[in-house]
Design a protein around this ligand. Sequence first.
Ligand code: ATP
Length: 465
Amino acid sequence: MNKEVKLEDIVSLAKRRGFIYQGSEVYGGLSGTWDYGPLGVALKRNIMNLWWQMFVEDRDDMYGVDAAILMNQKVWQASGHVDTFTDPLVFCKKCHSRHRADKLENPNKCPVCGEEGSFTDPVQFNMMFETVVGPAGFGGFNSIELENGETYTKPQAEETNIAALIFDKNDRSYLRPETAQGIFTNYKNVVDSFYPDLPFGIAQQGKAFRNEISPRDFVFRSREFEQMEVEYFVHPEKWEEAFEQWRKDIEVFLDKLGLPRESVEEVEVPENDRAHYSKRTIDYEFAFPHGKDELLGLAYRTDFDLANIQRASGKTMEYHVKGSDETFVPHVIEPSFGVERALMAVLTSAYREDEQNGEKRIYLALPEHLAPVKYAVSPLLKNKPELVEKAREVYQMLKKKYGTVMWDDNGNIGKRYRRQDEIGTPHCVVIDFKTLENNTVTVRDRDTTEQKRVEIGSLDSEPST
Ligand code: ATP
């Protein structure tokens, strides 16, 4: 891996080449939000599809779900999120900036104004985005003119609390801060529909929202992001073997992402730092450009979540072992992946700079199965109709096979190669006058820059990795 990768290199490449833009950029942005451009969405999908294929489709013990983002508020009360999903917030008494106390480089010095000893005591800030479901209350006004011209006046509320006027407590909901609860709340449904043997897992991918106090480090800490989570249900006495198996499976997945082994470290979370219900947690830390930080987590959550749901809903979450009298609430192993952090790790691992013919070159050595574009096809000269026509033919043929093929006839060949290198396209195919004579094309390899002449027919038969 290129050890020198800087965050600015990744951010600037991502923007320049259409991977990731600042959210709402045209209006000055919205902090902690990011928009994926054409290549970013392709890369993100490739990562998510790889995960789904490996952890759901290729296995017999996994079930996929796609739960609603808005959930009954009782979910977040029972899970503990309403009371404890908080980060410590401090204010600087001098410049009034706000900071997450446990992430300050120097807990005594404001990073904005430089003042020392200016922080207030912390307050626990809940990170869930609260919202209202349905046409609750009266939207803050007291009377409303109806379509027939009559005025409907709201009965005077006794409370003066604005929140109480605007919405009823039962209409309150939250944008989910994790996908996990959408899995736990469907555990019973999946058991009733499929009655799987233990151990089995339920997997979900999707958006999660956290009102982070200080979003930072590009997409690493965003307010809106995607997770890929599995809740793996096991017999309470068999959690250790399942946990070990997940460590192996995670390693295989990280290899497939192209992350060098030495850039990932398993960090055992000590008991006093673990969530109170967790008996074991490993944080997988990756050497990001901003430093070593959490890429994903693997946790043994005991029966904490299902037991909470059982208590709060009054419905049994017990699993009945087929052909026996044994019943119990299963225990859970949870591997929890963040898509943005995986994508940043992939970009960091793939980013390379070298020199070609005395010029600096930037390229992304992405694993072929993750590359947003697999082949770029160019006619050597774009003003020669016979070359363009032949190149179109080759383009169509490859597009049919690989889908993600790009037509590129802008600028000279050298420029096209540079552009494709920067987006990580493994192969560039050029159609020249020799092609018209003998049906061969040049194929240039991204990493070695070597060019080979091959038959057009053999392009189509190359294995897609
Ligand atoms: P951190 O300590 O960095 O805030 P966390 O321990 O709170 O993270 P979890 O609640 O374990 O994170 O979430 C599981 C995964 O979701 C994380 O490993 C990470 O990949 C991803 N994730 C969590 N918060 C964010 C965020 N704000 N932006 C992007 N990804 C996130």
